[in-house]
Design a protein around this ligand. Structure first.
Ligand code: THU
Length: 131
C-alpha cells in the first residue's frame, strides 16, 4: 500500500467532514462528504446531492472526483469519506468503479468514530473493470 502520513489523512478527513455540511439529502437524511487528494497535494471536495427523482442522486465520492476532473486534474491518489450516520460509509459499487477509473491504486480513507479505516481500491474492487 502507498505511504501516506497521519497528518495528510487527518487533513483529508477534516475536508470530507466539512464537505458533508453542504450535502443535500432531504430524502435519505444520510449526509456524506468526500475529499480527494491529487499527487501534487491538491484537494477537491464533494457531497451527496439527492433529487426528488431518486435515481438522479449523486454520491459524495463521485461529486468529489468529478469536481477534480472538472478542474483538469486526474492524478488522484486518495479519497476520504465521512457520513453523519453511526455506521461507516464505504463507497457504493458505482463509486468504486469510478474511483478505479482514475486511480487504480487509490487509498480509501473511511471516517469512523474515534478513528478511520484505510483500504486500497484494489481490496474494495477486486479485478476492477478497465479497457
Ligand atoms: N451515498 C454517498 O454519497 N456515498 C456512498 O458511498 C453511499 C451512499 C449517498 C447517496 C444517497 O444520497 C445517500 O447516501 C443514501 O444512499
Amino acid at each position: 500500500m502507498k505511504r501516506i502520513t497521519k497528518k495528510t489523512i487527518n487533513k483529508l478527513l477534516t475536508e470530507a467532514r466539512n464537505a458533508r455540511e453542504f450535502s443535500y439529502a432531504p430524502y435519505s437524511n444520510f449526509h456524506v462528504g468526500a475529499a480527494v487528494m491529487t499527487r501534487s497535494g491538491m484537494i477537491f471536495r464533494g457531497c451527496n446531492i439527492e433529487n426528488s427523482s431518486y435515481g438522479l442522486t449523486i454520491c459524495a465520492e463521485r461529486a468529489a472526483i468529478f469536481n477534480a476532473l472538472s478542474s483538469g486534474v486526474k492524478d488522484i491518489v486518495a479519497i476520504a469519506i465521512s457520513c453523519n450516520d453511526k455506521k461507516i460509509c464505504t463507497p457504493c459499487g458505482a463509486c468504486r468503479q469510478v474511483i478505479y477509473e482514475f486511480s487504480e491504486d487509490c487509498l480509501i480513507i473511511i471516517d469512523r468514530k474515534g478513528g478511520y479505516i484505510i483500504k486500497n481500491i484494489r481490496e474494495l474492487l477486486p479485478l476492477g473493470f478497465g479497457i
